[in-house]
Design a protein around this ligand. Structure first.
Ligand SMILES: Cc1cc2nc3c(=O)[nH]c(=O)nc-3n(C[C@H](O)[C@H](O)[C@H](O)COP(=O)(O)OP(=O)(O)OC[C@H]3O[C@@H](n4cnc5c(N)ncnc54)[C@H](O)[C@@H]3O)c2cc1C
Length: 249
């Protein structure tokens, strides 16, 4: 892809930005008819796979996240690659990718490289993608955790950008991961909370309360038009605890 041209997948972010006059691209490269980007082969999801397909075919927590993206119209057009391209801190696909340590595949005429999510997300709506690179796919690990749950809080029940969104995963040996969105400039993992709860085989109410507090401490949200720093901090802890409880059932 030539540097300077903007990739256009479903257009559900790009066209909003264009219509509001925030961007005025000279060139766009429409990707919707590129069949290769829609391929979904085992644990590699092509960047052009829509949320609608992920709703039906995705791993549990990613499918739960897909179900909350916009409306049926948005889910039919919007793609996982576009979600990553926008890299909004509130992107609903990100907590899952972060929680399972997914890798993002980037391709250009120079070749293909895969980046871990930590390298890929560099700031608010900023990524390590070079101008001449396309996001071509997402690689999930082979051994996804058996228990995985997603939830999101917003100001309404539907058609809402997340105030906080969380994925918790847990394996039979106790290993737990927590991926969070909308609580920092990029999606994050709550690593101290993970470490604390992973060492407990059968968490008591006291352990769960400690886990909740730790998650609230680990996030670094801001106050903006959607919510306050204090509410996001509180909600992150509560959501993470609830999801962990579901994983433990
Ligand atoms: C009404 C409405 C509701 C929404 N609700 C939600 C929601 O609940 N949760 C949520 O997370 N998002 C939501 N969104 C945002 C949007 O739908 C998602 O982020 C979606 O995944 C974007 O995908 P797309 O294919 O439409 O991306 P596009 O709009 O086509 O592209 C988005 C950005 O990514 C870049 N891009 C696209 N594809 C590639 C690629 N292959 N390689 C490199 N860069 C690429 C584009 O250049 C652009 O910068 C909503 C949007 C609208 C309009």
């Amino acid at each position: 892809m030539s540097a300077g041209a903007l990739p256009l997948a479903g257009g559900t972010d790009l066209m909003v930005e264009t219509n509001f006059g925030h961007i005025r691209p000279d060139h766009v490269v429409a990707l919707r008819r590129v069949a290769e980007l829609k391929e979904w082969d085992g644990n590699r999801i092509g960047s052009g796979v829509t949320w609608r397909r992920i709703e039906d075919q995705g791993p549990r927590a990613l499918s739960q996240a897909a179900r909350t993206v916009g409306s049926p119209q948005i889910r039919n057009a919007g793609t996982i690659g576009g979600n990553l391209g926008t890299a909004s801190p509130a992107g609903d696909g990100h907590p899952f990718l972060v929680a399972v340590d997914a890798e993002i595949e980037l391709s250009s005429t120079g070749g293909v490289r895969t980046l871990g999510w930590r390298e890929f997300f560099t700031g608010v709506k900023k990524t390590a993608r070079a101008d001449d690179e396309l996001i071509t796919g997402v690689h999930l690990p082979e051994d996804l955790p058996e228990r995985q749950e997603f939830a999101k809080i917003g100001v309404r029940n539907a058609m809402v950008i997340a105030t906080v969104c969380v994925v918790v995963t847990r394996r039979p040996d106790g290993r737990t991961t927590v991926g969070l969105g909308s609580v920092a400039p990029t999606p994050i993992r709550a690593s101290r909370s993970e470490e604390m709860i992973s060492s407990v085989t059968r968490p008591s109410q006291t352990d769960l309360a400690e886990f909740q507090c730790l998650v609230s401490e680990e996030v670094s949200p801001i106050t903006d038009h959607r919510s306050t720093e204090a509410y996001r901090r509180h909600a992150a802890g509560v959501l993470a605890r609830r999801l962990l409880e579901r994983c433990l059932r």
